[in-house]
Design a protein around this ligand. Structure first.
Ligand SMILES: Nc1nc2c(ncn2[C@@H]2O[C@H](COP(=O)(O)OP(=O)(O)OP(=O)(O)O)[C@@H](O)[C@H]2O)c(=O)[nH]1
Ligand SMILES: [Zn+2]
Length: 183
């Protein structure tokens, strides 16, 4: 598969007017193929595999918040990166999730071809599914290189997307507490 992708990169380099056989570019198709495979590795993962049973019984019913999870994804329109951070909160209902698993969930969905809104929704649905929480809130703040390096070339705009489920959707005080904590 890597060789296959590398062959296509070689053609792209040629089509762009470069010489894929010159010294500096000789290994580039293969490197680029490996990088692209890494950035799309989320297709090879499943929720079950990354959670690996790390859901623990707990009687806490207070909000749990994991803030500022770094996020690197690729926009499905241009295959250019969007980069930012993700905040996840949930209201446990007898079960809590291993802390590292929030970052693993973010990475699994981010390492696919995405738009930010769908990524946000997929993270929220996954946390809901594995914890059975009374509520889940996810906010993603990101800057899109497709808007910065090309296209409208706006360097300072960022996009915020959010998904609120259960108690975060129904209860304004809970939602407000979450928004206050992340700002
Ligand atoms: N809602 C949303 N839009 C995105 C995201 N990533 C990229 N886009 C937008 O997708 C749109 C694609 O628009 P098109 O007109 O088909 O493509 P384009 O001609 O390359 O668009 P420009 O970027 O405006 O030059 C653009 O408005 C992008 O800014 C995302 O995560 N969410
Ligand atoms: Zn884009």
């Amino acid at each position: 598969m890597t060789d296959d992708i590398a062959q296509h990169y070689r053609q792209i380099i040629t089509a762009l007017g470069e010489n894929p056989d010159r010294e500096g570019l000789r290994d580039t198709p293969k490197r680029a193929a490996k990088a692209m495979q890494f950035l799309n590795a989320g297709y090879q993962q499943s929720l079950e595999e990354i959670i690996n049973g790390a859901v623990f019984e707990s009687q806490t019913d207070e909000m749990v918040l994991v803030k500022n999870i770094e996020l690197y994804s690729m926009c499905e329109h241009h295959l250019l990166p969007f980069i930012g951070k993700c905040h996840i909160a949930y209201l446990p209902d007898g079960k809590v999730l291993g802390l590292s698993k929030f970052a693993r969930i973010v990475d699994m969905y981010a390492r696919r071809m995405q738009i930010q809104e769908n990524l946000t929704r997929e993270i929220a649905d996954a946390v809901q599914q594995v914890t059975g929480a009374k509520g889940v809130a996810v906010v993603v703040e990101a800057r899109h290189l497709c808007m910065m390096m090309r296209g409208v070339e706006k360097q300072n705009s960022s996009m915020t997307s959010s998904v609120m489920l259960g108690g975060f959707r129904d209860n304004q005080a809970t939602r407000q507490e979450f928004l206050t904590l992340i700002n």
